[in-house]
Each structure stands twice: as structure tokens, then as C-alpha cells.
Ligand binder design. Sequence first.
Ligand SMILES: C[S@@+](CC[C@H](N)C(=O)[O-])C[C@H]1O[C@@H](n2cnc3c(N)ncnc32)[C@H](O)[C@@H]1O
Length: 307
Amino acid sequence: MPLGPVPRAPRETFQILRTVLSAINPDAPEVEARVLILHAAGAPQSSIHLLDSQALDGEVWERLNAWTVRRLTYEPIAYILGEREFWGLTFAVSPSVLIPRQDSEAVVEAALKHLGASGPSRILDLGTGSGCLLLALLSEWPKATGLGVDCSDDALEVAALNAQRLGLLDRAAFVRGDWGEGAAGEFDLVVSNPPYIPDEDIDGLMPDVRDFEPHLALRGGLDGLVAYRRIVATLSQRVVDGSHLIFEVGYNQAELVSNLLIASGLTVLGTNLDSAGHPRAVIACKGIPHAAPGGNPTKKGLASRAG
Ligand SMILES: C[S@@+](CC[C@H](N)C(=O)[O-])C[C@H]1O[C@@H](n2cnc3c(N)ncnc32)[C@H](O)[C@@H]1O
């Protein structure tokens, strides 16, 4: 028991856990300590000082110890808790899906900016994972429907669960397939966050990522761009003139991916920055864009982050 056998009061537990967790996360152990304690106590929206000042319940204490043991092996907190917030929505996650990243919100922001408030009618999400991109977009555009494609059955199960929990199952479908070959029909918006880490960089990733997240979601081949080439090659029947395509890219890949899209006959419209200022989403279009921008993204910070 890394926290000791005797249950302590929340504030004291916080001090102990913060120290224990600093061994694996010296930068922000207090953030993790707070999240774990509040979830273990069944009060994730609360704050430590609002919890009862009595010692934590024995069951809560055991749960917290078990979670701490797991976290000390570098298992990500999102997998321990089974959820992660993205675009203000709570997504179920399991080790078969990439944990939704804040960086990926740049894709959602770019879509809202380029397609406006009325939005697209049909959205295709290639490599849907937890479904976070597709479901965030459907939550913004109530008239749109969407299809999420993934080659992992386990990931598709998680995505469908998320659609159900978010009340979006009537507008979202999920299908197993190899990028665009898994889809039928035409789409006016295609989004994708494909695996883009060059193979040689995988060993150097943080252990939380390298040892726990699915390599199917990470490994981008020799130069990190293998999936983009494959996606573009499988999309010709899925997009029409005016369709938008928005790709998440690695922090230094925007130009390479843009060139790849241009070489395949698409028009690149620009990029959108992530919170660190990297061009994180590349926005392209087949032919001339039809939809006029003019939407009002509900997520804060778009104006300052749009690239
Ligand atoms: C980087 S993850 C993105 C997950 C999710 N869209 C997100 O943004 O968090 C890439 C996803 O692509 C899927 N994938 C990998 N190869 C694929 C293929 N050939 N066809 C379809 N999906 C694939 C993986 O299973 C994984 O879920």
C-alpha cells in the first residue's frame, strides 16, 4: 500500500499522494493527486477542502491505493479512471483507444471555423478511436450525421459507447475498415487524426504513452506520413467538389502534409494552431470551398489560436 494501511483525512492524503506521485510526475503531482482522490471519493467535481474532514472511507482508501500502484507503473490516469474530457464532453476510454488530446481540439476548432454554424451534413472520421472528433463535431452541428471508421473492433466499441452516452447514437455510425475503404457514400467533411509518429521516435516517447497507448494509434511508419498517403489514396470516391478535409498533424509536419495534399490535387486552405502555437490541423478542400465561414465556435480561444 503506497499510501499506508491507515486511512487518512483528505487533506493529509493529498500531501502524501502528491509526494508519492512526484516520483513519476515531478512537474504536476498535485494535479494528479487531486484528480485521483476526488474520483476515488466519488466526487470528481468537488475540491479537496470540501470533502469531509474525517478519514477517508476504508473502501475509498483501498481504491486510492490500488490506483496509486497502477499510476506508479506510469499507467495514464485516463485509463485508470476509464474516462477523459475532450471538447467539454466526457469520453470513455480503454487501452484500445488513444486518450483524446487537447491538441486535437484544433481539428474541431478548424472545422467550426471553416464550415460555419450551419456545418456539413455528412462527416467522415477516419481512425475514429474513442470517437472524440466525430462526436464533438456532431455535438456542435445538430443536423449533421457522421461515420467513424477504425480498423480496431475494440476501439469501435468504445466509440459506440461514447455515442450512446452522449446521446448521439442516432446520428453516428461506426464501421470497421481500412481508412476510406471502410466508408461508403460521399461526405462534405472528412476529419482524421491518423498515427503520425515516425517509427524511430516511438522508443523515445514518455513511458505513459509508449508502454500503454495502442501502437496502432501512434506508429506512423518510416517518415510518420504513411497513413496520410494511404488516406488520400482511399478518399477519391468519398469526397465531392467543395468537401473539406481536416487532418491533425505532428508539431513539425504541417508543411509536409500540406505538400502531400496539394500533390494529390486538393486545395490547402490553411492551418489551425494548438495551444502551444504549433500548426496542428491542416485544412484542405476538394476544388473550391462551398461553405462560407461564419460560425461561432463555442470553445474559447479560437480567435487567438487560429493560424
Ligand atoms: C491517433 S489515433 C486517433 C484516435 C481519435 N480520432 C483521436 O483523435 O483521439 C489513430 C486511430 O487510427 C486507427 N487506425 C490505424 N490504422 C488504421 C487503418 N488502416 N484504418 C482505419 N483506422 C486505422 C487506430 O486504431 C486509431 O484508433
